[in-house]
Write a protein that binds this ligand. Sequence first.
Ligand code: GTP
Ligand code: MG
Length: 383
Amino acid sequence: MTTNVTVEYAQAEKRFQEAHGPEEQLTALLEMQSTAPDHKGAENLRAEISRKIKKTREKIEKNEEQRKKASSRSVSIRKEGIGQIVLVGMPNSGKSTILKALTNADVEIADYPFTTKTPQVGMIDYMKSRIQLVEIPPLIEGSCEGKAMGRELFGLIRNADAVALVLDSANLRKEFITLKNEFSKAEIELNAAKHPLSLEKSRFLGISLVNPAFYKANLNELKAFLRKRGLSNVTIVFHRNTVLKDVEMFLSSKTVSKKAMAIIAEKNEVKADESAMKLVASEMPVFCIGKLRDKEKNALAEKFFAMLDRVLVFTKKPGEKQADKPMALPLGSTIGDAARDLHQDFEKNFKYAKVWGSARYPGQRVSKGFVLKTGDIVEIYSG
Ligand SMILES: Nc1nc2c(ncn2[C@@H]2O[C@H](COP(=O)(O)OP(=O)(O)OP(=O)(O)O)[C@@H](O)[C@H]2O)c(=O)[nH]1
Ligand SMILES: [Mg+2]
């Protein structure tokens, strides 16, 4: 540059060169404009700055439009039943076939890729409750960067309770590695048992704790800590020993973790390569299916239920029949948790309960701390 410039201008120009993104560039350019020399010899320089300012403003506007478009395109599926599981896979891997077999959903199945263009929902009957199964349009390499509706699809996955990867046996290794890579770039970990606790929104006011014995510090302090962060309506489930530091790390972590399993579709009875199979099995439970008969469907529903980390218990009033539908509680819940879920007063005025199922003998009298198992029938007495 032949034009003599001031120190202020030189500094602004440096900021421009080092700017991250168009917003910072614009700020620097405006400073350059106001500090540029105003003599005749600097005419070209001033014109150049004006051009850059115009271009940068256009860029910012365009980005803003794209951001708006992306957020208005975001899709979500309202949760129903005891949990939502997404069927995720590469094009043509067999997702719709599974959704239809398990839920009778009216979906299109075809031997060409990208048959499913919008999320498809079906419900599985399980022990008189229902599990929601959502097939999403296929993921491909680059989905995490937004290809093929990737951002919206990962939004849906983040919101789901668990993930079932549907993999074509003939292409197992490639599909698994591609999907894993997309998930990791989208900052979703599969089956990482990293955090010793999880958090669910609660229907009730107040903070409920499941498995509080795992919390190895002061519970009142923890509750105060949570309330300070606006979390005063939540259920915290402890999975193993936890201290306040773990809770802090859990809340500040950007990466989400999802329970996951792999369903390997053995189309035309093609078995998967054994080493690829081992690779998948080292990271998640694997379920191979050829034809989907009732036996396979039931076994698959069983696996789906297991991923949801719930217990299903039937309540019963003294002298009456058990409820038609079970209540679903987080795994590890006790009679006390069940009582609170029925009614807050029920827990407050709790006297004892009788349990059929996992109790030592039918109708055993138990106290609040009794840990429930799926299929238990519970009669609560309060005074
Ligand atoms: N023989 C056999 N064919 C299968 C099986 N599962 C899927 N197919 C076939 O594979 C093709 C794709 O099946 P879809 O269920 O539509 O696959 P998808 O994953 O939903 O496909 P997209 O929605 O396009 O991503 C169809 O021709 C199915 O008939 C299976 O278990 N056995
Ligand atoms: Mg499909």
